[in-house]
Design a binder for this molecule. Structure first.
Ligand SMILES: [Zn+2]
Length: 177
């Protein structure tokens, strides 16, 4: 019963969330720049070149996200939504917004979200993200985030390169999101 309720709530809420993501992506595009070549060289063995080509980066402080409205909504739902001023970066489809120039590991993390967006589509991504937040109550425990943290950790450990697309595909096939 709880599961059904969560799924319906996530479906309803994912509409405005998906709309918000598209609006931000389109609005920020003009201000964005391509991936710096220094990062590109490191990331080429993990990501599809087409993803590295199309990703766009905006560095802006404060981040272009509404703070209070989101936090109030989160609090209303009893969720642990971090204060926007504490968020270092956020990804809208293929546009990454960051407070300051990103180290390689952070770009890696956000690029995992870019791949998740591409493979899932914005609507399903928004629904799964919302459902994850509603069911765990914690931003860091959302499966889409756990996947990104896990792969980022493997990247940081300097293990042999792997395909992020193949990993995300496995998560989707096993319905881990
Ligand atoms: Zn993340």
């Amino acid at each position: 019963m709880r599961r059904i309720l969560l799924n319906s709530m996530a479906s309803v809420l994912s509409w405005p969330v998906a709309h918000y993501i598209r609006r931000k992506r389109d609005g920020l595009h003009e201000l964005s720049e391509p991936l710096p070549s220094s990062h590109r060289a490191i990331l080429e063995s993990f990501f599809d070149l087409s993803d590295l080509d199309r990703v766009r980066i905006v560095v802006q402080d404060p981040l272009p996200i509404p703070d209070e409205r989101f936090r109030q909504l989160g609090q209303l739902l009893g969720l642990d939504v971090p204060n926007a001023s504490l968020i270092a970066g956020i990804t809208f489809d293929h546009v990454i917004a960051a407070r300051s120039p990103m180290p390689a590991a952070m770009v890696f993390h956000e690029l995992v979200h870019v791949v998740q967006f591409r493979l899932l589509g914005i609507g399903p991504f928004a629904r799964l993200y919302t459902r994850g937040l509603l069911s765990t109550g914690r931003y860091d425990d959302i499966p889409l985030e756990r996947c990104a943290y896990e792969l980022e950790a493997r990247f940081e450990m300097g293990l042999p390169p792997f395909s992020v697309e193949a990993e995300v595909t496995t998560w989707i096939e096993r319905e881990r999101f």
